[in-house]
Design a protein around this ligand. Structure first.
Ligand code: CO
Length: 296
């Protein structure tokens, strides 16, 4: 019979323990909006295939009213999830979007998009996330695309003390709003009652993180030391297959995001993310020549 210690060791090898806690860093973006950045900062430059994670959240219009006026992107996907509030989107593909509480927007910038993301409200709470997902070299210069999902289009699984909204990938046998063919992104919004436990099996080769935005949670990396993940903290998960998180005394809400790494060179210059320096110079030249605009 295997001993309890042996079994604990097997479990520990399978569970994705917390490797690093990254407190989000406040930065000023757009025309002067305060965002909390968890990926794309010195503590965590990127987490292949993820290039940036911004969490915006404020009850104070002064912190969001300036919005994100016209700016370009090339080479990756921007994925925006609105928790509260209203954001108006316009882009060079001719899309006009209305992102409202609980809704999401999947914008494949690929060869180039110019867009604006402006508040559709002058008071009240504005809260959400923007995640940048890299594209493989073969897709960076493909045609841009846009998908928008209202709150009702995002599946939700509620089971006792655990409520999960499935933005991308699969959970509990339910497919989410978005299926990404290149990096197989999983993106879940998880709400846990006090003390409740959440488990999810992920492909071993995928990179994964949790970002807590309400309450706190612990990684159940028994028998290794446990870590408490506080609000506005990103927990980088290590190797293994199973994510286990347990809410603290006041409950927890977090996003769990995972994806298949591309393992390709990353050369970033602001809103352009390519594989080589030459491609970045081309992106700048194309932007200056007005070539990132498809239709108006
Ligand atoms: Co943008």
């Amino acid at each position: 019979m295997p001993t309890a210690n042996w079994w604990n060791k097997v479990l520990a090898e399978r569970i994705r323990s917390i490797q690093q806690l990254v407190p989000a860093q406040a930065v000023s973006e757009g025309a002067g909006v305060t965002v909390y950045r968890g990926i794309g900062i010195p503590a965590l430059r990127n987490l292949d295939p993820f290039l940036m994670l911004d969490h915006f959240g404020s009850d104070d219009p002064d912190e969001y009213i300036a919005g994100f006026p016209e700016h370009p992107h090339r080479g990756f996907i921007t994925f925006t999830y609105m928790l509260d509030g209203h954001m108006e989107h316009r882009d060079s593909m001719g899309n006009r979007g209305d992102l409202k509480s609980g809704g999401a927007q999947w914008m494949k910038a690929a060869s180039g998009v110019i867009h604006s993301e402006m508040p559709g409200q002058s008071e009240g709470r504005m809260r959400g996330f923007q995640l940048w997902i890299n594209l493989p070299a073969s897709e960076k210069m493909s045609a841009p695309a846009y998908q928008e999902f209202a709150a009702a289009a995002i599946p939700e699984v509620a089971d006792g003390d655990v409520r999960v909204r499935i933005l991308a990938g699969e959970y509990g046998g339910q497919r989410g709003a978005i299926q990404d063919p290149h990096t197989e992104v999983l993106y879940l919004d998880v709400s846990l009652a006090p003390g409740a436990r959440f488990e999810q099996i992920l492909p071993v080769e995928h990179n994964a993180f949790v970002y807590v935005f309400e309450g706190d949670a612990q990684g159940a990396d028994t028998p290794l030391p446990t870590h408490t993940v506080a609000t506005h903290t990103l927990a980088l998960l290590g190797g293994g297959d199973t994510v286990v998180m347990q809410a603290g005394a006041s409950g927890a809400r977090f996003i769990l995001v995972a994806g298949k790494p591309l393992n390709e060179p990353i050369v970033q210059y602001g809103p352009f993310v390519m594989n080589t320096r030459e491609e970045i110079e081309q992106a700048l030249a194309d932007y200056r020549a007005g070539k990132l605009v498809l239709t108006r």
